[in-house]
Design a protein around this ligand. Structure first.
Ligand SMILES: Nc1ncnc2c1ncn2[C@@H]1O[C@H](COP(=O)(O)OP(=O)(O)OP(=O)(O)O)[C@@H](O)[C@H]1O
Ligand SMILES: [Mg+2]
Length: 256
């Protein structure tokens, strides 16, 4: 990437905007000057080869496929304009790992990216299947890419898998997350699990909180209910109370 204006041109090109289903006006909001500068800095610092196509464009973030040293990576860009303070504050306040900071609006978004990086690092440490975090910078997170050459891995909700095995895989991950990493995902559902190489990978972990968070029990129960609801519809027997008990027990023994 030669310079900032080349990057701006690329991100706001007709081809990119079309695949993002984004109008030029929205693009100006999403790729504001701070975000463009941050992308440019990250791309230069880590010598990212190039930014490929957008994998997903949601309310709060856009995820691109990019290449680093010839390998595919995922670049998640948190939108500075739409990340809502009121929605995310409860996942920061109460998490002793992050709560003492003096926050402005932009630093809150940066903290959000750092929080996801930290949580993914914990997953790595405890061998929980999740993208491998590579770097964070301001409102950007770079992580390993899950998918094939031509398309990103499907969400659990769209995947054609052995649901019994997948449920066990997710339970194993949640137990490790709770029992060993001492975290609660806090937004677990069929939308935030990708199926990669026939295995479930946890995704989207900025809101994940420490087990010590005052609402951790509530978040854990909600996660388990979401997962059980989904798998029950797929014919897998799942009683959320039993599943929750199993996860809590794994937490008490300190092992999953
Ligand atoms: N490491 C990755 N490899 C491949 N695809 C990814 C990766 N990370 C995210 N994605 C894709 O991007 C989508 C959105 O990612 P994620 O769930 O982390 O963001 P989000 O916060 O839910 O975004 P939004 O709420 O704005 O939709 C995922 O459903 C997935 O399709
Ligand atoms: Mg998500």
């Amino acid at each position: 990437m030669e310079d900032l204006s080349a990057l701006e041109k690329l991100l706001k090109s007709g081809e990119f905007l079309q695949s993002l289903q984004m109008e030029r006006k929205t693009a100006d909001l999403v790729f504001d000057s701070r975000t463009l500068k941050a992308i440019y800095e990250l791309v230069s610092r880590y010598r990212v080869d190039y930014i490929d196509y957008p994998i997903s464009s949601g309310k709060e973030s856009i995820v691109f496929k990019a290449y680093l040293n010839g390998k595919a990576v995922a670049l998640k860009i948190y939108k500075m304009s739409t990340l809502r303070f009121s929605n995310i504050w409860k996942y920061i306040d109460g998490d002793y790992r992050f709560s003492k900071e003096h926050l402005t609006r932009s630093s809150l978004v940066y903290l959000w990216a750092r929080k996801e990086f930290t949580n993914l690092s914990e997953c790595r440490r405890y061998r929980i299947n999740a993208p491998k975090p590579i770097a964070f910078h301001k409102n950007l997170l770079m992580m390993s890419y899950l998918g094939t050459k031509s398309r990103g891995a499907p969400m659990l909700k769209d995947a054609d898998v052995d649901f019994g095995k997948t449920f066990e895989g997710i339970m194993d991950s949640v137990k490790r997350l709770y029992g060993q990493a001492k975290l609660v995902h806090a937004d677990l559902s069929e939308y935030n699990v990708l199926i990669y190489r026939a295995k479930p990978y946890l995704l989207d972990m900025a809101q994940s909180v420490s087990r010590e968070h005052p609402a951790a029990d509530f978040f854990l129960e909600r996660d388990v209910k979401n997962i059980c609801n989904f798998f029950r519809k797929k014919g897998v027997e799942c009683n959320w109370e039993d599943a929750l008990r199993e996860i809590r027990q794994s937490g008490n023994s300190g092992k999953a």
